[in-house]
Design a protein around this ligand. Structure first.
Ligand code: AMP
Ligand code: MG
Length: 288
């Protein structure tokens, strides 16, 4: 297994095995599964370290091109129920690359100012600049998740958002941003365990939010809301992937692999020198 063997461990490419449209209903999805991957925790963790080097090289290439005038960027959209591990992806996958080239943005409950604008206002301001990998920890999809489950706006309004989102994402892709959307899927039992752990460990209290328990009775409504997203907003232009998240090592490996695929598709080369290399070598040799 070398770091350039992209199929090591994978029996099918992650882009195929995890694509939402290729998997069944989210309500029947096994959050402890590892679709397309054969390997255990130890192997997956070792592979993540190796693939992380490939990701870091590709990210540097993207950044270098951005510095040289290329307008392209990559946006990783992370969604998932509380405790699904979105923060862990930011830390353990985002943490594999040079932080200078990352634009990380989390979206919480909209502020009064944000609520005065349309729901994409705060999103548009946060799209990654040229050469960056952007990570959204929650996103515009919140506006069809809790907003839909609790009818925070009337159905007539949230129902129109799927199409608005599709148009927004098409625009983004056309202007050079590759979008990779990952829904981390944790089971309800696993969420209970993770919430219990937050209550048992003083170093995890800060992560606990009593509101998270209030959302558990709405679990199936959230699954329906996720299903509507996959049915209406999963396209080859801006694909959705289902990431089983009961095994954290797998969700991190899977997201890393999806990012690598999207960067490889950009087919980036190192930017040409915009100076005469030989002339500069001579000048350097002649300098003190
Ligand atoms: P956390 O990610 O744990 O900091 O929590 C952020 C909270 O903000 C979650 O409960 C989200 O569901 C909520 N949230 C984020 N965006 C929206 C939105 N557009 N409308 C309503 N709630 C939202
Ligand atoms: Mg939370």
């Amino acid at each position: 297994m070398g770091k350039n063997d992209k199929n090591a461990g994978w029996t099918r490419p992650a882009t195929e095995a995890l694509r939402a449209s290729a998997l069944g209903p989210i309500a029947e999805f096994d959050a402890a599964s590892t679709p397309g991957f054969e390997g255990d925790h130890g192997y997956g963790t070792q592979l993540l370290a190796e693939r992380g080097e490939v990701l870091a090289d590709l990210q540097e290439l993207l950044y270098a091109n951005g510095r040289s005038g290329d307008h392209r960027s990559v946006l990783l959209v992370l969604q998932g129920m509380d405790t699904a591990g979105k923060g862990g992806i930011v830390r353990h996958v985002g943490g594999l690359v040079d932080p200078q080239g990352l634009s990380i943005k989390g979206f919480g409950k909209p502020t009064p100012e944000e609520l005065e604008h349309d729901f994409l206002w705060r999103i548009r301001k946060a799209v990654p600049p040229a050469g960056h990998i952007g990570i959204f920890d929650r996103s515009h999809y919140e506006d069809v998740l809790p907003v839909r489950v609790h009818n925070l706006v009337p159905q007539s309004e949230w129902d129109g958002r799927y199409e608005t989102i599709n148009e927004f994402e098409i625009d983004l892709v056309e202007t050079g941003t590759t979008i990779v959307k990952c829904a981390l899927v944790v089971s309800k039992d696993e969420q209970r365990k993770r919430l219990a752990e937050r209550l048992d460990r003083p170093d995890k209290y800060w992560k606990f939010n009593p509101d998270d328990i209030d959302e558990r009775p709405f679990w199936n409504d959230y699954l329906d809301a996720y299903q509507a997203i996959f049915d209406r907003c999963d396209s080859d232009t801006a694909p959705w992937y289902l990431i089983p998240a009961n095994k954290k090592w797998f969700s991190r490996l899977a997201v890393c692999e999806l990012l690598i695929s999207s960067l490889e598709k950009l087919d980036l080369q190192w930017p040409e020198a915009d100076f005469d290399v030989e002339v500069q070598k001579k000048r350097l040799a002649a300098s003190d």
